[in-house]
Structure formats: structure tokens, C-alpha cells
Ligand binder design. Structure first.
Ligand SMILES: [Zn+2]
Length: 457
């Protein structure tokens, strides 16, 4: 009799759930989980949903139709550790401290998982790029679980400095199955589009009909084909991850963010790879936010956004109580004037820092360029040559025409704003010279693997 009553009760709740949330809806609507899916070195302009003429990203395109796609989102700096450091702290690199790969977050800096844990979230990360090893970046400090997936055999099969998408996906799915009943924050990082690239035979494209204007002047096409193949391969596994999130009933009510840490330059501006320049070719990242209940689905927004804004947007959207010391803004703020702010961009010199015995090595990593983004105008300041460039990135997205001198005659005060911000950064650094950093341990093995990723000369 008791079993029969339980069965009737169970069927009743199942029926109510189906009516309220649909047959594919979430079993636990109160669990508004947070998931960040990110891809290392992903150029937004190579995704179909960002206008690329080849179908490199069917899974991400489908996901974008459920969310809000930001066409103009920027990393603050074009390098893995500092950029993901900004995503996790909502602070610029000069404040969170991990300004280059191989540097760690300052000890006092708090991360999204730090706050979310206190709000009752279980927090987990799956990272697949060697600079994000615990001992190097210190990102793990506030996660309940920080999984390092390094399976890819590169460089004659000797080094495994990256994780592969199938493994990353499988491990994340296993974790999701175990934690589906809990409130959680999950960050998954794919690394395939990071060089060196592999051509996946089931993911190739016909370039004969791609208009040449798709690519910036100076682009080296040889690398593009392998790079696109890596994107399509990753997209396939992102599709599998999202499919499983749906099957587990965790999709509709979760807040899911899709983004990247930086772009890759393919020869434009006489520069390949990423790390030291502040052109769009290494800074313009994808950002798609799927809100709980798929609110605002299939929306496109053109205001300037940055990965600095991911934290405040999550916290405001989910109405978390309290205030959080973050520098970004809520991208869904009703006061749209908030979006008209200047965004400061930073680039630092040197490769992975080796002088670990020097307790102040963080401070010895020097900025080489700053830039400011104000509306459609970007101004870059090269500290070494003490020179400036400016571009109208709306009419000239590949930044081919330097309008600095023309621009100065009409609205020269942006240069003063930029120099004022640089002064503020210098003052902040001076005041915080004694910030405690986490000791990052860099072994010989780390050095070899980072070399294989092109991070060391
Ligand atoms: Zn990266």
C-alpha cells in the first residue's frame, strides 16, 4: 500500500513537472546552475554564428539561438593565464596579478568560485592548457575540484601539454552526472584551437567559395585550414556536452556562458600567434550568455563588452545578495548608459618568468602596451617607442588604417584619458607593491611543455 501511494505521489510530481517545465524541462527548476564553456585561442570571426562563411560551429550556433550573442566582446589582454584570470576574478590583470603565463593570482584576490562556494554552490573546473596547471596559476585555490586534463601527445609524442576535447567532455559529463542534484558552478576549457594545429580528417572545409575579404590583409592561409578544423572538432564535442546537459535536465534553468580567452593572429600586422599586441586579431573573443529559462533567446547585442563583465552579469542576473568587489558591469543592466564605458587593455613583455627565487618577480613583469577602447575607437600606446595608433574598429575591424593623427585634430582628449588611466595603473601598482602572491612552482618539465606551446623563447 505504501509503495502504491509513493508511486501515485511520484507520478503526480512528474506530471506537474512536465506541465510546468515541458517534457525536456528541468527536473529541479530551483537549481539555477552556472556553467562556463570556454575555448582557448578561439577567434570569434571563425564561428558561423559570428558570420564566418564556413559551417565551423553548428553546436555553438544552436546554443547561440538560445542565448544572447555579444558581437563586440574583448579580452583585456591576449594571453591565457591573465585572460582567464580576468574571467575568474572580474579584475584586470594589473589587479589580479597573473599578468603573464607562469604567474599566479595575488593571494588576496578572490575568485568567482570563492563567492559561489559561500552561496552554497559546488565548484569545479576542467582545464586543458598547461599554463593553467594549479602550481603555475593558482586558479584552483577556490574550486572544490580542479581537474587538469593533459592527454594530447604532441611534439613527436613526447609531451602532453594539452587536453583533448573527447577526454575533457567525458570527464566533465562524469562530474555532471555525479553532481546533478546539487547547485553547482562548472567551468570547462577546451584547447584544440591553440597552436600547433592538427587537421582532423572528418572536419575539413571547401575554401573555394570563401570571399578573400573574409580574412585580414597579411593572413597566412595555410594555418587557417588546420585552425578551422580544430574549431569544428571542438564544436562537435561542445555539442555532445550540451546534449548531455539537456539530457540530465540541467539546461533550461542554468545560466550558461560561452567564451574564449584571446584570438590568434595569422600574420596580420606582421604578427603571428598571440600575447603582446593589442589589435582585435588577438583580443576580440566570442561571448554568448544563455539565461535561465532561455530568457532573451536569439538576441544579438552590439555594445562593447569584456570578459571582465561575466562575473557581475552572473551575480546580478541570479540576484545574489551582497556586494562583490569586481570591476566589470552587469551586461543586462537596464541603465544602458553603463555600457558606454572606456575599456583599458594591457599587454606585458617577456615570456614565462623563470626567476622564482625573487619574491617580487610579479612586479618585474613590465607592461609594454596599453590601449583604450571607447565606443568604436581604439587607441594603442606603445610604451617602448612612446608612440600611438588609433583605429575605428567599426568601419575598419581589421585595423588597417591608423587614424591617430586625423583623430587627434577632432577629438584629441582620448589620448589624455588613456594616459590618465595608465597613471592610475602605475599608482595602483605602487600602492600594492607588497601584495602577497602565491608561490608558483615552475619545474623543468613545466618549462619544456610551455616551450611546446610557444610560450617560451
Ligand atoms: Zn589561451
Amino acid at each position: 500500500m505504501i509503495r502504491k501511494n509513493r508511486l501515485i505521489k511520484g507520478l503526480f510530481f512528474l506530471l506537474i513537472s512536465m506541465i510546468l517545465f515541458g517534457f525536456n524541462g528541468d527536473a529541479k527548476p530551483d537549481l539555477r546552475n552556472i556553467i562556463i564553456i570556454s575555448v582557448d585561442t578561439l577567434r570569434a570571426d571563425h564561428l558561423s554564428c559570428y558570420g564566418y562563411p564556413l559551417e565551423t560551429s553548428p553546436a555553438v550556433d544552436a546554443f547561440a539561438r538560445d542565448g544572447v550573442l555579444f558581437t563586440n566582446c574583448y579580452a583585456l589582454t591576449p594571453l591565457t593565464t591573465p585572460s582567464f584570470g580576468t574571467m575568474l576574478t572580474s579584475l584586470p590583470p594589473f589587479k589580479h596579478g597573473a599578468k603573464r603565463n607562469g604567474l599566479s593570482l595575488y593571494r588576496k584576490v578572490k575568485t568567482l568560485p570563492y563567492y559561489l562556494k559561500r552561496l552554497g554552490y559546488r565548484t569545479a573546473a576542467f582545464v586543458s592548457n598547461w599554463p593553467l596547471r594549479k602550481k603555475l596559476c593558482g586558479f584552483h585555490k577556490d574550486f572544490d575540484a580542479y581537474y587538469q586534463v593533459f592527454t594530447k601527445k604532441r611534439w613527436l609524442g613526447i609531451l602532453n601539454s594539452e587536453g583533448e576535447a573527447p577526454e575533457v567532455t567525458q570527464k566533465a559529463i562524469t562530474w555532471l552526472k555525479k553532481n546533478r542534484e546539487r547547485r553547482f558552478f562548472l567551468w570547462v576549457l577546451y584547447t584544440e584551437p591553440h597552436g600547433p594545429y592538427i587537421l582532423h580528417k572528418n572536419f575539413t572545409f571547401d575554401y573555394s567559395r570563401v570571399p578573400p575579404s573574409t580574412y585580414p590583409p597579411g593572413t597566412k592561409m595555410k594555418r587557417i585550414k588546420r585552425y578551422d578544423s580544430e574549431i569544428a572538432f571542438t564544436d562537435h564535442y561542445i555539442g555532445k556536452l550540451i546534449e548531455k546537459i539537456k539530457q540530465l535536465g540541467l539546461y533550461r534553468n542554468s545560466l550558461i556562458v560561452f567564451t574564449g580567452d584571446h584570438w590568434e593572429s595569422f600574420g596580420e600586422h606582421n604578427y603571428s600567434r598571440h600575447g603582446r599586441r593589442l589589435y582585435n586579431s588577438t583580443l576580440h573573443v566570442p561571448l554568448i550568455i544563455k539565461l535561465p529559462g532561455n530568457r532573451l533567446k536569439n538576441t544579438v547585442r552590439h555594445e562593447n563588452a569584456s570578459i571582465l563583465d561575466i562575473g557581475p552579469t552572473i551575480f546580478s542576473t541570479l540576484n545574489f545578495p551582497g556586494s562583490f568587489p569586481m570591476d566589470g558591469i552587469n551586461l543586462f543592466n537596464r541603465d544602458s548608459s553603463m555600457l558606454n564605458r572606456e575599456i583599458l587593455l594591457e599587454a606585458y613583455g617577456g615570456t614565462v618568468h623563470l626567476r622564482r627565487k625573487d619574491k617580487k618577480y610579479h612586479m618585474k613583469v613590465k607592461p609594454i602596451r596599453y590601449a583604450i577602447l571607447d565606443g568604436s575607437v581604439k587607441m594603442i600606446y606603445n610604451l617602448k617607442s612612446n608612440s600611438f595608433e588609433a583605429y575605428d574598429i567599426k568601419s575598419d575591424p581589421f585595423e588597417t588604417i591608423n587614424i591617430f593623427y586625423k583623430f587627434l585634430t577632432s577629438a584629441g582628449d582620448l589620448k589624455q584619458v588613456l594616459l590618465g588611466k595608465v597613471d592610475e595603473v602605475k599608482k595602483y601598482i605602487k600602492l600594492n607593491l607588497n601584495l602577497r602572491f602565491r608561490e608558483a612552482v615552475l619545474s623543468k618539465d613545466d618549462i619544456e611543455r610551455l616551450k611546446s606551446l610557444g610560450y617560451m623563447d
